[in-house]
Design a protein around this ligand. Structure first.
Ligand SMILES: Cc1ncc(C[n+]2csc(CCOP(=O)(O)OP(=O)(O)O)c2C)c(N)n1
Ligand SMILES: [Mg+2]
Length: 430
């Protein structure tokens, strides 16, 4: 059974409490027999009628409803190595972010810093399935996406410290992580701005494949765009869903629905809070998945990435998740209710995966402890590295701000003005 052929599930606990209780009327919805944890529109596109991908999904048949406090009950669907890779990546993200909070309050970081604690299953579940050639586009909550994509923790930490050894040479800081070798195409502080960039990257992949004939036997380069629930009310979201489906682009739109946009509840801001339904409106599959369960996220991600890779077009995936901290480290987090916070805290994705690994005898407690110790060492080293690294020189101030190296423009001779010795003498033609 395909992950996407699953049917409607009980709506997320918090959302359900506010919903009207009406039965779905969309022709894209299937029967109400539930496959808890994942639900979706039919994979078959209403326009093109492509057959569903054959992806094994035994995992879907025995999942518990969202909101369950117990660990997942399905059979082991991943190998020991895969489980440990997921565990290590999620713990790395969590410990990294906890350290960011400490460093921020010690005055080592500047501006706003938005942490990802609680949402790790989404980043890990998707990005660990990607190859280096695939692209990731993030938001201002971008440190963990960068680390999952392979940017070394020390390069992300140094960037946050504003140091020359950071992945953007200290010029970006938080919200602007970028790494060309890892195809991390940026964090974006303006919400929604990353979605067109991701769509462009996916277009470029298809253009290289089909027009420039740079086809690879193993399929298209895939782009995964991450963004929040609040961002789905922005125009770029709709424009890009349209273009991506029209051109069958190799992209996965991943909504990290943490139920809040700063202090605005998703339920108060959005006419139809079930974001996944907007996929079928454009002709692409829309999937809802429990974003607090890395195995469920991974299951859906596998199929969505395979569709993109095989040229079958985009997928919209809504991950129900929760941030364990305030919107940014400057937010006292007084608006969200204690029972809502504790509901999701009890579903910590790292704790759940640990329980699963132990229950399925994929690794022992001491092996997991060894991973945690390794991560502690990595983070400690990252902080030492960042702290002892030099600040960027003043001469770097205008570099990469404009298209030319120093930001002084191109002269009438077609050369960069900054390379004209007369320019600095004040005699150059401007
Ligand atoms: C274009 C634009 N408008 C407004 C803002 C201010 N702003 C910053 S974060 C945010 C909320 C975004 O919420 P969501 O997309 O749910 O992401 P989350 O913070 O929950 O991850 C807003 C409105 C912005 N950064 N950019
Ligand atoms: Mg949000």
């Amino acid at each position: 059974m395909s992950a996407f052929s699953a049917v409607r599930i009980p709506f997320p606990a918090v959302v359900a409490a506010r919903s009207t209780g009406e039965k779905p009327s969309s022709p894209f919805l299937c029967s109400p027999a539930a496959a808890p944890g994942i639900h979706s529109s039919p994979l078959r596109s209403p326009r093109l009628g492509r057959p569903p991908l054959a992806v094994s999904s035994d995992v879907l048949s025995s999942q518990k409803p969202l909101g369950s406090n117990s660990s997942p009950s399905y059979q082991a669907v991943i190998s020991r190595d895969e489980a440990l890779e997921l565990y290590e990546d999620m713990v790395l993200g969590r410990v990294f972010e906890d350290m960011c909070a400490q460093m921020y309050y010690r005055g080592k970081m500047f501006g706003f810093v938005h942490l990802y604690n609680g949402q790790e299953a989404v980043s890990t579940g998707f990005i660990k399935l990607l190859e280096t050639r695939d692209s990731v586009v993030s938001t201002y909550r971008d440190h963990v996406h960068a680390i999952s994509k392979g940017v070394p923790a020390r390069a992300v930490m140094a960037e946050l410290f504003g140091k020359a050894t950071g992945c953007c040479r200290g010029q970006g800081g938080s919200m602007h992580m970028f790494s060309e070798p890892h195809n991390l195409l940026g964090g974006f502080a303006f919400i929604g701005e990353g979605i067109p960039v991701a769509t462009g990257a996916a277009f470029s992949s298809k253009y290289r494949h089909e027009v420039l004939k740079e086809a690879r036997p193993d399929g298209l380069d895939v782009t995964v765009a991450f963004f929040g629930d609040g961002t789905c009310n922005n125009g770029q979201f709709f424009e890009c869903l349209n273009m991506a489906e029209l051109w069958k682009l190799p992209i996965v739109f991943v909504v990290e629905n943490n139920l809040w946009a700063i202090g605005m509840s998703h339920l108060r801001a959005t006419s139809d809070p079930e974001i996944w339904k907007k996929g079928p409106a454009f002709g692409m599959p829309g999937v809802h998945v429990d974003g607090m369960d890395v195995l469920k996220v991974r299951e859906v991600a596998m199929e969505a990435i395979a569709r993109a890779r095989n040229g079958e077009g985009p997928t919209l995936v809504e991950c129900e998740t929760y941030r364990f901290r305030g919107h940014s480290l400057a937010d006292p987090d007084e608006l969200r209710k204690a029972d809502e916070k504790s509901h999701y805290a009890a579903r910590d994705p790292i704790v759940s995966l640990k329980k699963y690994i132990l229950e399925k005898n994929l690794a022992s407690e001491s092996e997991l402890k060894a991973i945690e110790k390794k991560i502690d060492d990595i983070i400690e080293e990252a902080v030492e590295f960042a702290d002892s690294s030099p600040h960027p020189p003043r001469s770097q101030l205008l570099e990469n701000v404009f298209a030319d190296p120093k930001g002084f423009g191109i002269g009438p001779d077609g050369k960069y003005r900054c390379e004209d010795p007369k320019f600095t003498e004040g005699t150059a033609q401007v």
